[in-house]
Ligand binder design. Structure first.
Ligand code: ASP
Length: 330
């Protein structure tokens, strides 16, 4: 725990690893580093924070976010909900790798729908770089979390605030690696002050049920949802392999399929016909567009439902949570 001052507001920083906590052998190396090496307390201690801000930090995980898994999500949901319930806490910041940041943000928004800010932040360069971007991103994220008014799960990177529903990693190495597509960002952080462009998500009455469900269900029992991409030459063999596994009665057989569809949700005919068989056999099937902008507009002839504006990775989380809620006893 790190405390800058005993005065309000209090911001809690939860560490999960990522490049922001990464270390390389030399300061000139922005690529050959190991993510998730430096503890969150050390990350917070190096910041020159404004007076009148109380900070607490807690290490929830220490990993490269390419390896993110359900158990870390469950722990994050529990810790966020614990801290957000406290009157003295203004908001929560989560340090996270960039690779799956948008998935964690969407998951947390779906189960918390917080009325306080929960702000994920990250870095594109390791902490040991000549000019690391992590400290400024973390400072900005803390400023957003301490600002009264905004709510919901957000991501802050390169001075831009993105909403959990819209944020996507769009670049492999630029420091400004995230975008919000058609929706645009929620705002900007300008020298510690936040300039809002639009408001965050509406209330979500289902979030409390989802949270209760993810906290009490062993992660080994969270429904398995796979993503398959439609592309030139795509066929139904992967779907068929998943169905064979399911028919054989193995544990953790597939329960849901997200089809990363072309354009306005169209599928290669081979993949579509196998997906229809899967649907007939009880697998929940959803189409999500693989386009990086836009939403699927409904067509009367569609027989497989669509995920609207959700990307395939977010549609997978939405479907997994819907299946979790539909489990007997949920
Ligand atoms: N592989 C790293 C991670 O997602 C990349 C990053 O943080 O930028 O943890």
């Amino acid at each position: 725990m790190v405390t800058k001052s005993e005065a309000s507001p209090c911001v809690v920083v939860l560490g999960t690893g990522g490049t922001i906590a990464g270390q390389a052998a030399s300061a000139g190396d922005n690529l050959g580093y190991v993510a998730g090496q430096i503890g969150v307390e050390a990350l917070v201690q190096q910041l020159a924070l404004p007076d009148g801000l109380t900070l607490k930090s807690e290490q929830v995980a220490q990993l490269d976010s390419k390896d993110m898994d359900f158990s870390v999500w469950q722990a994050l949901a529990a810790r966020c909900s614990h801290w957000l319930a406290r009157d003295d806490v203004a908001g929560v910041v989560i340090t996270h790798g960039t690779d799956t940041l948008e998935e964690t943000a969407f998951f947390l928004q779906s189960v918390l729908a917080p009325t306080k800010p929960v702000v994920l932040t990250c870095a594109m360069r390791p902490a040991t770089a000549l000019a690391p971007d992590g400290p400024q991103n973390l400072r900005d994220a803390i400023a957003v979390a301490a600002t009264p008014g905004p709510h919901g799960v957000m991501a802050v990177c390169a001075g831009t605030v993105h909403g959990a529903f819209d944020v996507q990693k769009v670049h492999t190495y630029r420091l400004d690696a995230f975008a919000s597509g058609d929706a645009g960002p929620l705002g900007y952080v300008e020298e510690g002050a936040v300039r809002w462009l639009r408001t965050g998500p509406d209330n979500d009455r289902e979030a409390a049920r989802r949270l209760a469900c993810v906290l009490r269900t062993d992660v080994a029992d969270w429904p398995r949802v796979e993503i398959l991409t439609s592309h030139a030459g795509a066929g139904g063999r992967l779907v068929e392999a998943l169905l064979q596994e399911r028919r054989s009665g193995v544990a953790q057989a597939v329960q849901g399929l997200v089809l990363a569809a072309t354009g306005n949700g169209s599928l290669h005919q081979g993949l579509e016909s196998a997906a229809l068989t899967a649907q007939e056999e009880g697998v929940a099937v959803v189409r999500a567009t693989r386009c990086c902008e836009g939403r699927i507009l409904a067509t009367p002839q569609a027989v497989l439902r669509d995920a609207g504006a959700l990307t395939p990775v977010k549609a997978r989380i939405a479907l997994m949570l819907a299946l979790l809620l539909a489990m007997p006893g949920a």
